[in-house]
Ligand binder design. Sequence first.
Ligand code: PLP
Length: 409
Amino acid sequence: MLQFADRMKTAKTSAIVQVAEKVTAMKKAGRKVISFSIGVPNFKPAQHVYDAAHYAVDHDSGTYLPGRGSEELLDAFIKRMQEDHHLTFKREHLSTCIGGKHALFNIMFALLNRGDEVIMPSPYWTTYPDIVEIIGGKPVFMHCGAEQDYKLRPEQIAKAITPRTKVFMFNNPSNPTGMVYTADEVKALAEELKKHKDLWILSDDIYNRMIFDGEEFHHLLHFAPELQERMIVVHSVSKNYGMPGWRVGVIAAPLAMTEKLLTINSSQITNINNISMAAAAAAYGGPQDATETTMREFARKRDAVMQSLAKIPGVKCPYPKGAFYAFPNVAAYYGLKHDGVVMDNDITMCTHILEKKGLGMVPGSAFGEPEAMRISYACPMADLEEGMRLFSEFFAEMREQNKGAVNVA
Ligand code: PLP
């Protein structure tokens, strides 16, 4: 009998992709659907990025390239980290990958034996546990609910650690919550991590430029440079530069780890795509003003979402300071009916809102938080306004249809 590997028995398609596919199918069938579901930044990179890509096509060497990445890309990345965050990396600490997702996969592939545990704050990005599981590791969640602003507290780390714990994952700014850790919060986490010396630290910084309201990006390394010997930093051009389809990620890691990643690259991809690499080098190395304008636009959209959510009784949403997501807690409405259907959980509610209102959102359970749902607000302003109108209308109808049943005020 033809058989697949055991690891594929539990492997699943990303829940976010599943919602996006449903939205696409409904649109194809002629339904008007507004999608708040996918994590696409919805802006195009600056002209100098396209120019660099054209130049790379015209001057193609016709050969394979270094598995680590081109010197132009590595140097541009080093410069960006130094100028933006005073983080110092050397070329020998860097390697490249086909986007952040591929980076995370290869890092886990290099680190995990069967049964090794990876601790992560929950809500988490859906793909984290999926990757850990497919490789045979065990995700362990540290729950951070809306009441603690979806942010990890240092004391949760020690509680989650067991003799099998190998990796701590951290994502700031966060997908799905949009939370950004303050300097004090990052410092407290860094202090705690210093105590757990056998722990690899994976810092997923792919939203590092997407921070609003004059807040700053604070890194664990700012407060504990000694963590660098076990710190693996993941970057990508997907979100910051509006380049998700170009598929370029950069990993900064200790030398021994980088060697392992290069070994994997050598038997897996050889090198990342030449044209994308040149474009990414231009994105990191060129003027940054285009992304700054875009961030102001995102902050405006975030405000529109939050103003609308604030008017819905019983819906609680910690104020996002970064990325392009809001993560409202809607649990006060669970158990109530809408058009005769009981909204027993986030999946029922998201499915129902999609069908009744033509509004696509990802259920919070895809991110480990069944009390919430994720709004990705990186869509055109007109869609955002209409989508939020439909969202508010849905909850107003629920209050009307369940008068007296439950108090959500
Ligand atoms: N990390 C987080 C937190 C993400 O949200 C994503 C994409 O949505 C990624 C990593 C991977 O992005 P990419 O593979 O496009 O670089």
